[in-house]
Write a protein that binds this ligand. Structure first.
Ligand SMILES: Nc1ncnc2c1ncn2[C@@H]1O[C@H](COP(=O)(O)OP(=O)(O)O)[C@@H](O)[C@H]1O
Ligand SMILES: [Mg+2]
Length: 257
């Protein structure tokens, strides 16, 4: 599981995250939604230990990213919004390098990556230099790298952006299979349809503040000020646009679990 506890983060005086808190249960498929500049990437970078929060903490499978960062990082796999790879390595060399870092035993390596390579149809590329890969192929090899040490938590920043429909489908199928095995999947996305279809719960942020958290149904029900019948017909897109219309200025609407 994943717990974000009162996280605030500023960049040179600009407050990008304000007192952000939420919990993601084990085995959940959890979407993190917000308009451009809302603070999604900053949050994910705090969760991975790339950025240190000004205040607050995050527990990655119960381990504090602030107080015990190395152990917390062992518990998570991270897919950045833009792939960051060593382009002069082949896919195979890169995955072996990542599995060296995470101390995956040689006898287990093949089993860890074989299914993912097949699901993403990476076979024809895996022994070519990464510099020759398309953006989509780079995202896929990054995803295999994020999963290859079998972390209990996956932190994925815009995993489906820039992918063709077949690759989006492969991502969705792999993420579903992961959650079925108990992995906690936390991902940011702009594609509200993907979130609505495959997620158990969502968090919506605007202007660095949490504006809604819960299942889509819970958020729909708890929206203040509108009549029930009207809310029942709302899609996630309607809710998202309404809650983020003023870039997070709205009153907080948090559904109870
Ligand atoms: N390195 C940085 N320096 C200064 N401001 C930043 C930096 N990174 C992000 N920001 C600002 O913080 C806010 C949140 O950015 P980000 O977390 O990237 O949002 P999102 O991923 O939701 O689009 C934005 O206003 C962005 O301009
Ligand atoms: Mg971002």
């Amino acid at each position: 599981m994943l717990e974000v506890i009162s996280v605030s983060k500023s960049y040179s005086g600009f407050k990008a995250l304000s007192d952000l808190s939420f919990k993601v249960g084990r085995g959940s498929m959890y979407a993190f939604l917000g308009p451009n500049g809302a603070g999604k990437t900053t949050t994910i970078k705090v969760l991975t230990g790339i950025l240190t929060p000004d205040s607050g903490d995050a527990l990655i499978n119960g381990v504090s990213i602030v107080n015990d960062p190395v152990r917390a990082k062992r518990n998570c796999g991270y897919l950045p919004d833009t792939p960051m790879l060593f382009e002069k390595l082949t896919g195979t060399q890169y995955l072996n390098f990542i599995m060296d870092i995470f101390e995956v035993h040689a006898s287990e390596r093949r089993g860890r990556i074989e299914k993912l390579i097949e699901a993403f149809e990476l076979g024809p590329h895996i022994n070519s230099l990464i510099e020759s890969y398309s953006l989509g192929t780079k995202k896929k090899i990054s995803m295999v790298a994020a999963c290859c040490h079998r972390p209990p938590v996956l932190l994925l920043d815009e995993p489906t952006s820039g992918l063709d429909p077949q690759s989006v489908r492969a991502f969705k199928d792999i993420l579903k299979a992961m959650t079925a095995e108990g992995v906690t999947v936390f991902f940011s996305t702009h594609i509200l349809e993907v979130a609505e279809k495959i997620c158990d719960r969502v968090a919506i942020i605007g202007g660095g503040r949490l504006v809604a958290e819960g299942s889509v149904d819970e958020i729909r029900r708890s929206l203040a000020g509108a009549n029930r019948e009207d809310n029942n017909s709302k899609t996630l897109e309607d809710i998202f646009l309404e809650l983020t219309a003023k870039n997070g200025d709205r009153q907080e609407v948090c559904a109870t679990a």
